[in-house]
Design a binder for this molecule. Structure first.
Ligand code: ADP
Ligand code: MG
Length: 152
């Protein structure tokens, strides 16, 4: 597992870092986002979608659990399992998206669906709030996903 530490001092910077990653996504990858509420997970997804070339509006899927953003022939599947104790039907949708090479899957609060995320295709981002506008970002990724992060 590789590790990369970055800092962000604004929501725009978090989005820009995510957009850099988004531009490199090929499809078939999964990204797990870990932080407290308000850490910046959804902000990060907004940048990811932009980097992938999507013009769709990104907002928190908390009450709908999953959302899909179109990005040309690819799509970004955004899941948020906040407060869910089991993946339920949405876990099937997640498994389907993960097996589709045109899909990139990004998951907030993934604990209940951990077993579905393939280790060799999953990047994990921890966001730690270090101040009002500052965040410490830690990326963990397998060597197979080095192309996403090595130039950051
Ligand atoms: P989460 O999805 O983790 O609950 P959101 O992305 O919805 O978090 O909210 C993050 C909040 O923190 C937003 O109000 C955003 O403007 C604010 N914020 C302040 N500084 C940053 C930063 N450096 N990166 C990301 N968000 C930030
Ligand atoms: Mg969120």
């Amino acid at each position: 597992m590789n590790t990369k530490h970055l800092t962000s001092t604004s929501p725009d910077q978090t989005e820009a870092i995510a957009a850099d990653i988004g531009r490199r996504l090929k499809g078939g990858e999964a990204i797990e986002l870990i932080s407290d509420l308000g850490g910046g997970k959804t902000t990060f997804v907004r940048g990811l979608a932009r980097g992938m070339g999507s013009h769709d509006r990104v907002s928190s899927p908390t009450f709908t659990v999953s959302k899909v953003y179109q990005a040309g022939e690819r799509q970004l599947n955004h899941f948020d399992f906040y407060r869910l104790h089991e993946g339920g039907m949405v876990a099937h949708e997640l498994a389907e998206a993960i097996s589709d090479p045109h899909c990139v899957v990004v998951v907030e609060w993934a604990e209940v669906v951990h077993d579905l995320l393939p280790a060799e295709r999953t990047m994990r981002l921890h966001i730690l709030r270090t101040g009002e506008d500052s965040r410490a970002l830690t990326l963990e990724y397998p060597p197979e996903l080095a192309y996403l992060a090595e130039a950051l």
